[in-house]
Structures are given as structure tokens and as C-alpha cells.
Design a protein around this ligand. Structure first.
Ligand code: ZN
Length: 312
């Protein structure tokens, strides 16, 4: 029987962070400006360790290197995904990510970044930034160089339980008050387009104007194509939220009991609401774990909601 690999999260203090990772998830966060919980990550900027069992204390990156059999003997050189919870007390800067081709050439072989968000909580009438209104690259460059932000930026209304895919080249920003579970390629490459003219220690944060103009998709995809409601989905089944080049993401709403065969190379699972058991072991909101290759039958019981993912 292969083990369930529970992980210890890595927390990141951010200027825009808050304390909901403690108040809503019960984590022992390092301070009242904790913006991110890297829940499942083997990235060098935050490499999670195994919580218990025979691999206790080992980093996920080392587990990936030394025990490929746990991950379906992958061909990629690094753990490909990163799952985090983001607590935005203030607005995040407006940004865009490159794709693999651009990042590989311009960012020292890094991966590009495709990401998606499940909105765990947000205020009434919330919106976030997804896309822009420029029709041509010339117009985009003019709007950015001349600070025509109101014309450029497209805000999209969202509510709790919405799911949004953010492809590389998409202008995007999380706004204050949002609590989000993000599933992404394991990359940290971000180009900042605009930071609302805010000052940090008296200075504006660095913008990446030319890189942004190079990688932003023009015209932007329609907003309606990337946002879908996923708060209430059929119970006791795997509801697929997205399948793209890099990952597949599902939501599970367990009520009573549900079992399935784990047939993916590996299955990342986050409990986002409620509690129950997994093959008899107690699990609760805030737990994150990996079900390895060949795990076999997964038996879930209780009242809980989970987000699961694997690499494509
Ligand atoms: Zn992003």
C-alpha cells in the first residue's frame, strides 16, 4: 500500500497579505501580512516537506527526484505544479505571465505560467481583473506607456465558488478581500504591468513594461470564456473544472461516502471545506496531500469539499 503524502505548507509574508489563513484555515501563520500558503510545491522558492510517515521531513523536490515511482515515473525534470492559497487583503499588482517558450529564452530556462483560481471566499459584488480592452498591440503599447489604465483594464464580476483559467498572456489581478486556491505551473515568473502607482518605502515597485507588451495576448480572450460558476456541483463525483496543456483540475463535494480508483500519475488534493476521512484517516479543511501512482481505491467519507489536480 502506497502512503498518502501529507505536506507542510510554506507561508509567504506579502505587503498585500492578511490573516485569513489563520482565521479561516487555522494555520499557524508567521504574521498578519501572510499573503500566500504554498500548500503543494517543490519550487526552490518554497519547497514543501512531507509531514509524516516514511518520507517525513523530505522535501517534495527530493521525493520527486528519488522516488519517481510515486509519481508515475514522470519524464519532466521537476515537479510540474504548484498549489497555493492566496489571502489578498489589498489589491495585487496587475500582471501577466509568459508562456514556456518566452520564459525558456528570456528567463533562464524557467517554465512559463498557466494558472487557475477557485474563489474560496470574496465580498459581495467583488470583481477581479482578467483581460484588457486594447484591440491592437500598438494600442496596447500606447495605453501602457501613457497610463491609460482605466481604458486598458477589464474587470470581471465574480462570486464565491467561481473558477477562472488564466492562460499565459492574460492581464490579471486579484483584488482585496479575496481568498483563492490557485493551481499553477511551478513557476515564479511574473511581469508587473501596473501597480496602481503605489509606493513601497517611498518608491514604486519595478514594472516590466517591455516584457509585458511582448507577452500580452492581443486582443484578449472573452471574459465569459474563462469564468465558470462551481460553488454547487453534483455530489460524490469528480467534477472536471478544466483540462489544459499542463493540468487537469476537479472539484469534489463529498456528502456521506464516495470512492474511486486513483488512476492518475499522482493526484494532488486539498480539503477546502468540512472534514471527514480518507481510507479511515481523518482529514479536514486546510489539509493538502498527494495520492501517489498506484494508490488504488480512495474511500472518502464525511461532509467536505475538495479540489484535486494532476499534471497533463
Ligand atoms: Zn498570476
Amino acid at each position: 500500500m502506497k502512503p498518502i503524502i501529507f505536506l507542510n505548507p510554506v507561508f509567504k509574508q506579502m505587503l498585500w497579505g492578511g490573516n485569513q489563513l489563520r482565521s479561516k484555515f487555522g494555520y499557524g501563520i508567521p504574521g498578519d501580512n501572510t499573503g500566500e500558503c504554498w500548500a503543494v510545491s517543490a519550487h526552490p522558492n518554497g519547497d514543501c516537506t512531507v509531514k509524516d510517515g516514511i518520507y517525513e521531513g523530505m522535501t517534495l523536490s527530493r521525493l520527486w527526484e528519488e522516488h519517481p515511482e510515486l509519481f508515475g515515473n514522470p519524464k519532466t525534470d521537476r515537479f510540474p505544479l504548484l498549489v497555493k492559497i492566496i489571502d489578498a487583503k489589498d489589491d495585487l499588482s496587475i500582471q501577466v505571465h509568459p508562456d514556456d517558450a518566452y520564459a525558456g529564452v528570456h528567463e533562464n530556462g524557467s517554465l512559463g505560467k498557466t494558472e487557475c483560481w477557485y474563489i474560496l471566499d470574496c465580498p459581495e459584488g467583488a470583481s477581479l481583473v482578467a483581460g484588457h480592452n486594447a484591440k491592437t498591440r500598438e494600442e496596447l503599447a500606447d495605453m501602457i506607456h501613457n497610463g491609460r489604465w482605466e481604458e486598458l483594464i477589464r474587470e470581471v464580476p465574480v462570486k464565491k465558488g467561481d473558477f477562472i483559467q488564466i492562460n499565459p498572456g492574460t492581464v490579471h489581478a486579484i483584488k482585496g478581500g479575496m481568498l483563492i486556491l490557485e493551481t499553477q505551473q511551478s513557476s515564479d515568473i511574473t511581469y508587473r504591468v501596473y501597480d496602481y502607482d503605489r509606493l513601497t518605502d517611498g518608491k514604486p515597485r519595478q514594472l516590466h513594461v517591455e516584457q509585458s507588451i511582448n507577452v500580452i495576448t492581443v486582443p484578449a480572450a472573452l471574459a465569459g470564456d474563462s469564468v465558470k460558476a462551481a460553488e454547487h456541483l453534483p455530489g460524490n463525483t469528480m467534477n472536471e473544472l478544466i483540462s489544459c496543456d499542463y493540468y487537469k483540475v476537479w472539484k469534489l463535494e463529498i456528502s456521506g461516502g464516495f470512492s474511486f480508483e486513483q488512476e492518475e500519475p499522482f493526484l494532488i488534493t486539498s480539503v477546502i471545506e468540512g472534514e471527514g476521512t480518507l481510507n479511515g484517516r481523518p482529514v479536514k479543511k486546510g489539509d493538502h496531500f498527494i495520492l501517489p501512482w498506484g494508490f488504488g481505491k480512495v474511500e472518502l467519507e464525511g461532509q467536505m469539499q475538495l479540489i484535486a489536480s494532476t499534471a497533463n
